[in-house]
Design a protein around this ligand. Structure first.
Ligand SMILES: *Cc1c(COP(=O)(O)O)cnc(C)c1O
Length: 356
């Protein structure tokens, strides 16, 4: 008999011999800080996405901040961000002295609502940050029509497409995060990518304080280390296999939940999903997210609210009903390549018991 003794965590990275060897090799060379591995990581990520170049930094949040600075965003400017996202985009906008204009999401896709973006545009709007949430591209076609630079936030979505275009290839600037739980993990890290060499050069000058043409008070130390880049490079070699595994698990969940009274992830026509998260929305009549979370936890399945708290809630403002609905009803279920077939089966078994 299978006795449930361990909890299935909400996430865990899949690391192996290759990552160990890569890190050991860096340690052996004694060149730990930003060096050849970072350079190779920049080239390989840019090639994977299909952009000319990238500049690696130490987090996705810093990547957003430097992207805004490179676009010339500063105090008095406005930048449009969605409410339903972690605080990183809000922080980046605030840190460059600009004002975040918070807009709602599309109800089904959890992504920024292009119509709300158009309505929020003013004479001061300088950029739009569009995070592709949970593995699903935002509506790039409609966001492209907006009259200011688009920053694609690919922290949760790499390898997905919108009308056959890979995410990250449409905006003026693209940012990534390589935090430990992301699709492509390096432990910590981020990247700014663009086809515009002048943007990349500006980010390069902000990333470090030394060996620059002049003293720049906006520059700091935002460098990534070769140790992190070595992990990222190893993970990148597995990314396609990782995404295949995620797609397989998502298909199993879709099948198991098809007859249940929950909304499974939506994939609008023309877009593909890479399932960084598998997020279901519970019906309004049943148990709350909090109750369901505790029930599943008792059965050894760790779930999460996919966004801890929407931005407009932190700021105690309203006007984002779709974000509120997601906040109250969305639940993120474990999905990651390190899950075994048995673990997937166990999640399905428990969901079958707990969901009507
Ligand atoms: C994780 C994340 C970030 C921030 O990345 P860090 O590396 O944690 O700073 C930004 N945007 C989105 C959508 C994220 O998921």
């Amino acid at each position: 008999m299978n006795v449930v003794t361990t909890c299935i965590p909400h996430n865990r990275p899949l690391l192996g011999r290759e990552e160990l060897d890569a890190v050991t090799e860096v340690l052996r060379t004694g060149q730990l800080a930003q060096g050849t591995h970072v350079e190779q990581f920049q080239r390989t990520v840019a090639a994977y996405i299909g952009i000319t170049g990238g500049v690696a930094v130490n987090s996705g949040t810093v990547a957003l901040e430097l992207a805004l600075l490179a676009l010339g965003v500063s105090s008095g400017d406005e930048v449009i961000v969605p409410s339903y996202v972690c605080p990183a985009p809000w922080l980046a906008v605030t840190r460059v002295g600009a004002k975040p204009r918070i807009v709602d999401i599309e109800p089904g896709s959890y992504n920024i609502d292009p119509e709300a973006v158009q309505k929020a545009m003013t004479g001061r709007t300088r950029a739009v940050i569009a995070p592709h949430l949970f593995g699903l591209p935002a509506d790039l076609t409609r966001l492209q029509a907006v009259d200011v630079p688009l920053i694609e936030d690919c922290a949760q979505t790499l390898g997905a497409t919108e009308r056959s275009r890979p995410v990250g290839t449409v905006g003026r600037v693209t940012v990534c995060s390589f935090y430990a739980t992301k699709l492509l993990c390096a432990g910590e890290g981020g990247m700014v990518l663009s086809n515009d060499p002048s943007i990349l050069e500006r980010v390069r000058l902000l990333r470090q304080y030394d060996e620059t043409p002049s003293l720049n008070h906006a520059a700091s130390n935002h460098k990534m280390s070769d140790l992190h880049a070595a992990v990222g490079l190893s993970q990148l070699r597995h990314l396609s296999a990782f995404l295949e595994r995620r797609a397989w698990i998502a298909a199993e969940y879709n099948r198991a939940l098809a007859e249940k009274d929950v909304a499974i992830p939506v994939v609008p026509p023309g877009r593909t999903h890479v399932y960084y998260r598998y997020v279901v929305q519970l019906p309004e009549s049943g148990p709350t997210v909090g109750m369901m979370y505790s029930r599943l936890e008792r059965q050894g399945i760790q779930c999460r609210k996919p966004v801890f708290r929407p931005l407009h809630r932190y700021l105690e403002s309203g006007g984002c009903p779709a974000s509120d609905a997601a906040d109250q009803r969305a639940l993120s279920i474990p999905i990651y390549p390190a899950m075994t077939d048995d673990e997937v089966a166990r999640v399905i078994h428990v969901l079958n018991e707990e969901l009507k």
